[in-house]
Design a protein around this ligand. Structure first.
Ligand code: ZN
Length: 60
């Protein structure tokens, strides 16, 4: 099993790993794994995953 952080490539089990799952075709699939929230946050920022998010918040 691949243990490398999706963001930085270090062994996620050296830290407190976070796994990101998505449902694809009715099955939960791990699409990313990160050392901690810092790596996850950086990954999201760099990939701009927040752009065009499906949950459209309308705070007005
Ligand atoms: Zn990492």
């Amino acid at each position: 099993m691949n243990k490398a952080c999706t963001y930085c490539g270090r062994d996620v089990h050296m830290h407190t790993p976070i796994f990101v799952n998505e449902e694809r075709g009715g099955e939960q699939t791990t699409v990313g794994q990160f050392c901690n929230y810092a790596c996850l946050a950086r990954y999201i920022e760099e990939k701009e995953l927040e752009t065009g998010a499906c949950c459209q918040l309308d705070l007005s």
